[in-house]
Design a protein around this ligand. Structure first.
Ligand code: FAD
Length: 577
C-alpha cells in the first residue's frame, strides 16, 4: 500500500488528494495544511471582503472533516511541514496546536505550498492596518479591521489583478480607494494601450490612483496610517492592502536540496516530478517552460494548479504517463464594470525577448449592434509576421470577454494561427454575438495585414516627427471630427473620399484613421487601388488613440477629504458586517 504525503491543502494539494483517492482506494494519503482550512476559494476572498459573497461558509469548497470522510484522507490542519529528509523519505511536521514536532514517512511526496505575497522592505511595513490578502485569516482580519476602525479610506499598493479586485470591493463598501502603482500602467499582462482603457474606467469610477509612484515609508500618526510616496506626497489612510505580487513558496523544497529554477520556483519536468523522482510539485510554487516562449515561468493561477493535481495523482498511481504541457497564463478579472482578460504573451514581453511580432487592435460590439445593449469590446492580438502564429491576446470590454479570451486561448494553446481564429465556429444569435464574432474579425484583420492588403501604424509611432511628415486623414463624419481629432488631421468622410482624391498628396505618407479602424481600412483600400502607395491604417483607430493620449493617472481627487459630501458616488456607509 503506497503512502503519499501532500504538503498544502488548497488548490493543488486538495485536487491531487481527491484524484489520488479516485485512482487508488487503498493508498494511505496524508494531507498537511499549515492553516486551519483546506480547499477554500482564495479567488473569492476579495468578494467576501466586499460583501458580494455574504456567507463566509460559501468560501469553503470542503471542510477538513468533510474531505476526510468523503475521500478517506488523513487531513491534518494546523500542521506545518518544516523539513524533508529525502534520503530517509521522511518529513518533519510541527503540530501548530500543540507545538509538538514529529516525523512522517512517505513513498511519494507532493509539494503544493503555493506562493507567498511579496512584502517589500519599506520602513513601517509591519504597522497595524497593513495587510496582504492570501488566505481566509487575512480576510477575516481585514474585515474585522474595517469594522472596528470604521475605515473610510484605503490605500492599495500594486495594481495587479488582486489589487484591482480589492479596489472594486472596498469601493463597493463605500470606502474611498487610492491605488499606488510603480509602473506606468495597471495590470502588467496588458500592453499600455489596453491598460489605458482600464485607467479611464477607474477614473470614471472615482478611484484615485498614482502611476510611476512608489510608497517609500509608512508611519502611524494620530491613529491614521501615513504613506509617503516617492514623489514626496503623503497619503493619510485607514487601511493599506499590499498587492505588489507573489513569489513561489519554495523555501522548504530549497532546504531539502531540490532543484530550484532561475525564477525561484521548484523545477519540475513534464511529469511534474522534481529533481527527486519521489517528489512531485505543482501549483504556484513551480516553474515550467512557457509553451510559446520555451522559457521557465511561474504561473499564479487556480486553473493550472487544479489541473496539475490530476496529472500528479495519475503519474503517482500509473507511473509517469501524463505530461503537463505548460500554461499560457490565461487570466481574467472584473474591474468595476469592465472585464479584463489576457492570454499568452503581450507585445512588451515579445519585445523584451526580441521575438518579431505584429499586433492588431480591433474594436467590435459584444453582440449584433441592432440588438439592444451591445457593448464595446477592445481586442488586441499579437502574432508572427511570417506564418501568423498567435502569440497572445488581450481583451477589455463588458459582456462576452470571457468566452472570447477562452476561444483565443484554446487556439493559442494548440499552437494555432490567426487563420484559425477566422475559422472558429461560434454559436450566433443577435443577443450573443454577430455572424462574424469579434474573434473572427481579429483573424480577418490579421490576415489582411500579413497578406499586405493593408499596412498599419500604431499609436506609439505617431510622434511629432511622424505627424508633421505624414498627411493625417480622418475619414469619420464631420460631426465626429468636430468632437475630437488627432492634431493636424484633415477630414474627408469616407463616403466622399472617391470624389476628393485630388486633395490628397501623392508624395507623402498618408495615415488614415476613423473611430475604430474599419472605415479607415475601406479608405486605405480605395487609396491603394487609386495609386497611393504609402497608405497606413491607424490600428485601433481614434478610440485607442484617445485612451492613450488622455491623462492616465487620477491623483489628488480626495484632497480636502470629501467623505460625506460626494453623495453621488459614496452613498454606501461602511457597513457593519
Ligand atoms: P494554494 O492554493 O495557495 O495552497 C497552498 C497551501 O499550502 C496554503 O494553504 C499554505 O498554507 C499551505 N502550505 C504552504 N507551506 C506549507 C507547509 N510547509 N506545510 C503545510 N502547509 C503549507 N487564480 C485564478 O486563476 N483566478 C482568480 O480569480 C484568482 N484570484 C485570487 C485571489 C486571491 C486573493 C488569491 C490569494 C489568489 C487568487 N488566485 C486566482 C490564485 C490562486 O488562488 C492560486 O493560483 C492557487 O490557489 C494556487 O494553488 P496552490 O495549490 O499552488 O497554492
Amino acid at each position: 500500500m503506497a503512502k503519499i504525503v501532500i504538503v498544502g491543502g488548497v488548490a493543488g494539494g486538495a485536487s491531487t488528494a481527491a484524484r489520488l483517492r479516485r485512482r487508488d482506494e487503498l493508498a494511505e494519503i496524508i494531507l498537511f495544511e499549515r492553516g486551519e482550512y483546506i480547499s477554500y476559494a482564495n479567488c473569492g476572498l476579495p468578494y467576501y471582503i466586499g460583501n458580494v459573497i455574504t456567507d463566509r461558509d460559501r468560501l469553503f469548497v470542503q471542510t477538513p472533516e468533510g474531505f476526510a470522510a468523503r475521500f478517506k484522507i488523513d487531513v491534518r490542519i494546523r500542521s506545518e511541514v518544516t523539513g524533508i529528509d529525502r534520503k530517509a523519505k521522511r518529513v518533519t511536521v510541527i503540530d501548530l496546536k500543540s507545538n509538538k514536532t514529529y516525523e512522517e514517512s512517505y513513498d511519494k511526496l507532493v509539494l503544493s505550498p503555493g506562493a507567498e505575497p511579496v512584502k517589500p522592505p519599506i520602513p513601517g511595513i509591519d504597522l497595524d492596518g497593513i495587510f496582504t490578502v492570501r488566505n481566509v485569516p487575512d480576510t477575516d482580519r481585514i474585515k474585522e479591521y474595517i469594522k472596528r476602525n470604521k475605515v473610510r479610506r484605503a490605500l492599495i499598493i500594486g495594481a495587479g489583478f488582486i489589487g484591482l479586485e480589492m479596489a472594486e470591493n472596498l469601493h463597493r463598501r463605500g470606502i474611498l480607494v487610492t491605488i499606488v502603482e510603480m509602473a506606468e500602467q495597471v495590470m502588467t499582462p496588458l500592453d499600455f494601450e489596453m491598460a489605458a482603457e482600464v485607467h479611464q474606467h477607474l477614473k470614471a469610477k472615482n478611484v484615485e490612483f498614482y502611476l510611476k509612484e512608489a510608497v517609500t515609508a509608512f508611519e502611524s500618526r494620530l491613529g491614521r496610517l501615513v504613506a509617503r510616496l516617492s514623489g514626496g506626497k503623503e497619503l493619510q489612510v485607514g487601511l493599506v492592502i499590499l498587492g505588489v505580487g507573489v513569489r513561489p513558496d519554495s523555501a522548504l523544497a530549497r532546504e531539502a536540496g531540490l532543484e530550484i529554477g532561475g525564477r525561484g520556483g521548484i523545477k519540475v519536468d513534464e511529469f511534474l516530478q522534481t529533481s527527486d523522482p519521489d517528489v512531485y510539485a505543482l501549483g504556484d510554487a513551480i516553474e515550467f517552460p512557457h509553451p510559446v516562449l520555451g522559457k521557465p515561468m511561474s504561473v499564479y493561477l487556480a486553473g493550472p494548479a487544479n489541473k496539475q493535481g490530476r496529472i500528479v495523482a495519475d503519474n503517482i498511481v500509473l507511473g509517469n504517463k501524463r505530461r503537463y504541457r505548460g500554461s499560457i497564463a490565461t487570466a481574467i478579472a472584473k474591474v468595476f464594470d469592465l472585464t479584463v482578460a489576457a492570454t499568452g504573451l503581450s507585445e512588451k514581453a515579445l519585445r523584451a525577448e526580441g521575438i518579431p511580432f505584429v499586433c492588431s487592435i480591433t474594436h467590435s460590439a459584444s453582440h449584433a449592434g441592432y440588438y439592444p445593449d451591445a457593448q464595446p469590446t477592445s481586442l488586441k492580438i499579437v502574432f508572427s509576421p511570417e506564418d501568423g502564429r498567435l502569440f497572445g491576446a488581450q481583451i477589455v470590454g463588458y459582456k462576452g470577454v470571457d468566452k472570447r479570451v477562452d476561444m483565443i486561448a484554446s487556439v493559442l494553446k494548440q499552437g494555432g494561427t490567426v487563420y484559425d481564429l477566422q475559422e472558429i465556429e461560434h454559436a450566433y444569435a443577435p443577443p450573443f454575438s454577430s455572424a462574424k464574432d469579434p474573434v473572427n474579425i481579429a483573424g480577418f484583420v490579421a490576415e489582411n495585414i500579413i497578406g499586405g492588403l493593408v499596412k498599419i501604424v500604431h499609436w506609439h509611432e505617431l510622434n511629432e516627427e511622424e505627424l508633421s511628415r505624414s498627411f493625417i486623414l480622418d475619414v469619420r463624419e464631420v460631426e465626429e471630427y468636430k468632437l475630437g481629432k488627432i492634431e493636424g488631421a484633415e477630414n474627408i468622410p469616407l463616403n466622399s473620399l472617391r470624389d476628393r482624391l485630388k486633395e490628397l498628396p501623392r508624395d507623402r505618407r498618408i495615415i488614415v484613421y476613423c473611430a475604430v479602424g474599419l472605415r479607415a481600412y475601406l479608405a486605405c483600400r480605395i487609396l491603394s487601388q487609386n495609386g497611393f502607395s504609402e497608405v497606413y491604417n491607424l490600428s485601433g483607430g481614434y478610440k485607442t488613440y484617445e485612451f492613450v493620449t488622455e491623462k492616465q493617472a487620477n491623483e489628488d481627487i480626495f484632497q480636502g477629504d470629501v467623505i460625506g459630501k460626494d453623495n453621488n458616488i459614496y452613498q454606501t456607509a461602511v457597513e457593519e458586517a
